[in-house]
Design a protein around this ligand. Sequence first.
Ligand SMILES: [Zn+2]
Length: 352
Amino acid sequence: MRIFDGLSKFLLVLSIAWAAHGSVWAWGSAGHMAVGHLADQLIPDNSHAKAQINAILGANGTLRDAAIWPDCAKYIQPKQGFIYKPDPKYYDKSCTIYDATEEGKTEMRDYVRRNNDNCEYSGERSNCHKSFHFADIPIQENHYDPKFVGAQNYDVVHAINAMIAVLQGHPAPAPFNIPNNAQGKREALRLLTHFVGDIHQPLHVGSVYLKPNGQMVDPDKTGYDPQTNTVGGNSLVYGSNDANELHGEWDHVSTALAGADLVSNAEKVGATSGPLQGWIEIWATESVQQARKAYEGINFGPSHPGNHANSLVWPVTFKVRKDYLTSEHEMQREQVIKAGRRLAQVLQVIWP
Ligand SMILES: [Zn+2]
């Protein structure tokens, strides 16, 4: 069960780690675009769903482009009057489709302003929208449950369900603040497209919690200690000077996938069982199980202070690096294919 004591400390640790990583690109723009592009191809041109997508995004709008918008919006700076200001070190130039015009920047600003302090994230009421992209379920659980440590009512599962509700014409459930108008629908479709990608990145849902000596703990059993939080693998590092982060490695999907023809593989992905309301938790459960596999073949070393103030990192080593990378790339491809197919399926259920 969730331990509420120490929640703010938990959030503080998150804050340090996430702030340290600047703009975190789950799946990178390449992975998200691949997911959106697959759904663009899978939804028939003459379908109701495609007509709705075109009505919301405009005739030239694609899910491929929609997929990256929520990460571009992370460049909005709440503490600097909500200006749009990417850190050049982390800027992804795919965002030029949104930041080239004042209207584009205004739309991102509006969304962030409404979803900035509506939940407590990172120990403070700011940047709430950045927390919509993930959950940190301990991999020992083997499934997603909203009561587990690492689940929140603003995590990626809740975010996807909220965006589905908006696209179905219902008000966004709290804490999500998405208006029921054309702009809100556009936000919801972009967010849904992006988050369906995120929920299929295993390290965005399943996480490991480690003692200082690198031994794994289950915070749902032992009680939550913020010092054990690896922040979805952002605090797991390897290479000289701890230069590489495991989470970042998993986010990085080959750009070749974005343009690749994955359609025939995606068509083999069956529908998720049961009604739409239960699908998202099923996908999250699957990702927790995939995360468990993603953490196989890794040894966790004892923690030491990281390169960023007040952060702890655990150096990891790979039992057989080459084998690990092969499995990782296979799983990334499989997850992108599933995400694209499932995005298309969700949209066709919303607009049959
Ligand atoms: Zn994301």
